[in-house]
Design a protein around this ligand. Structure first.
Ligand code: GLN
Length: 490
């Protein structure tokens, strides 16, 4: 098997189980690719020794006929997931050299199923951002470039390292998390597939918390099938997370490639952002045409509270973050700045350890939760959240799935929006609604814009109906025939 890094996860698993390739060989090939791609800054920690040890153990299990569903497949892990004994930073300086004494449930599930860890992937600090530029480790560079330009572009965020690593063939797949779009938007900007499952499908235990009522883990992968394979391993009930759903995990992969004839697809008219490039509108229409050709009935729907989603999200997420991040005080773990008294230690540690965007969120969150403003901001935002969820419930009375663009732009230049937080927040306009309502949503590559950059389409379904989402996405994937890969410049 040549070009081991260009295999999909499904192809690699087949090669491994048929013993045409060993896990050590495939892992080694990825380690070489990672080393050659350091210019992308996708990894904050490479774990080659651990990877090879895990690969050898996988090869032994394969030889004994004890292979798990992901046996021998090398993956990357977003650095928001705690990994036992392996530095986990959440993209922040404040965690210092923190080596968790435990493993997150999602990563434990992957290792249980035989996956191999290549290392920890770069991300926006505490997953706050849409461009990977808030990372304490510096931005990730998108493997894609505009045709004829050398300008470095963002891979999106906050799971920018995960998306870039998958797009550049450094990993067979990656874990990611999505609080307001951090799986789907980077997938859209890098020509990869990103799945945010229903809230509660994946355990949040051991995932550094940003906004607990919105955070969900999911995969970024090369294909819809690969994403389905990964999600099946990542999901499942976990008594250690009280919001984890006590549900069976469906065989997501079996829904890939199924006929969607007769499904009703909703097109929400509010998902048209001001100043959105006409190409994104055109791709959306193309997506609608593909689904019509596949036998779907297209229905216009309205999600009237969409325009309040970003303001509500940017109150609720910082409110929860301000409370979740109170634990970083320099006392028990992570970085610490010493001082003459307790308050000085707190202040010094937090002033030094958190970056600008994280401080902004903590300030906003503390403000909207403070006594005089709680009702006016936080409670109001919760009411808006309910209306947004109700919009979806009503739409799903009429349709089985919704089709929208994933993001209002293709990959933009690093530095282009980092000085203007509002411009950055606007990039989440089509993704935050899904988190506010707890729904499954995924991004699938639909095509390239005029400058050769990938654009994604988003499929949204009812809670717990990832099955339909995978079927619709796989039809779009096939129709788009998106085989494009970034030209290798790194
Ligand atoms: N870009 C959004 C934010 O900054 C979403 C981030 C995420 O999903 N983690 O909050």
């Amino acid at each position: 098997m040549s070009e081991l890094t260009s295999l999909t996860l499904a192809e690699a698993l087949r090669g491994l189980s048929e013993k045409r390739v060993s896990s050590v060989e495939i892992t080694q090939a990825h380690l070489v690719a990672i080393e050659a791609a350091r210019g992308l800054n996708a990894f904050v920690l490479e774990t080659p020794d651990q990877a090879l040890a895990m690969a050898r153990a996988s090869d032994e299990r394969i030889a004994r006929g004890e292979a798990g569903p992901l046996e021998g497949a090398p993956l990357g892990i977003k650095d928001l997931f705690c990994t036992k004994g392996v530095r986990s930073t959440a993209g922040s300086k404040i965690l210092g050299d923190f080596k968790p004494p435990y493993e997150s449930t999602v990563t434990a599930n992957l290792w249980r199923d035989g996956a191999v860890m290549l290392g920890k992937l770069n991300m926006d600090e505490f997953a706050m951002g849409s461009s990977n530029e808030t990372s304490a480790f510096g931005p990730v560079v998108n493997p894609w470039k505009s045709r004829g330009s050398n300008q470095p572009l963002t891979p999106g965020g906050s799971s920018g390292g995960s998306a870039a690593a998958v797009a550049a063939d450094l990993v067979l797949g990656a874990t990611a998390t999505d609080t307001g779009g951090s799986i789907r938007q980077p997938a859209s900007l890098t020509g990869t597939v990103g799945v945010k499952p229903t809230y509660g499908r994946c355990s949040r235990w051991g995932v550094v918390a940003f906004a607990s009522s919105l955070d969900q883990a999911g995969p970024i992968a090369k294909t819809v099938e690969d994403a389905a394979i990964m999600l099946a391993s990542m999901s499942g009930h976990d008594p250690k997370d009280s919001t984890s759903l006590p549900m069976e995990v469906p065989d997501f992969r079996s829904f890939v490639g199924r006929s969607i004839r007769g499904l009703r697809i909703g097109v929400p008219k509010e998902y048209r952002a001001d100043g959105m490039p006409p190409e994104i509108d055109a791709l959306w229409e193309q997506g609608v045409a593909w689904l019509r050709d596949a036998g779907c009935e297209i229905v216009d729907v309205s999600l009237p509270h969409t325009k309040y989603a970003l303001p509500a999200y940017y109150i609720i997420a910082p409110a929860e973050a301000s409370s979740n991040l109170a634990r970083y005080d320099g006392m028990r773990y992570g970085a610490r700045v010493d001082g003459p008294n307790l308050t000085d230690v707190y202040e010094g540690t937090r002033a030094d350890g958190f970056g600008e965007e994280v401080k902004r969120r903590i300030l906003i969150g503390t403000y909207v939760l403070s006594a005089g403003y709680y009702d006016a901001y936080y409670i109001k935002a919760l009411k808006v959240r309910r209306r947004i969820a109700d919009d979806f419930t009503q739409a799903f009375d009429k349709v089985d799935a919704l089709l929208t663009p994933t993001a209002p732009s293709a990959a933009f230049a690093l530095g282009n929006k980092s000085a203007d937080p509002i411009a950055m927040y606007l990039n989440d306009i089509f993704t935050v609604t899904v988190n506010l309502a707890g729904l499954p949503g995924m991004s699938v590559p639909g095509g390239l814009d005029a400058s050769g950059l990938p654009l994604g389409l988003q499929v949204i379904t009812r809670p717990l109906d990832e099955a339909t989402m995978f079927s619709v996405a796989s039809v779009l994937e096939r129709a788009a025939g998106f085989g494009a890969k970034p030209l290798r410049w790194w």
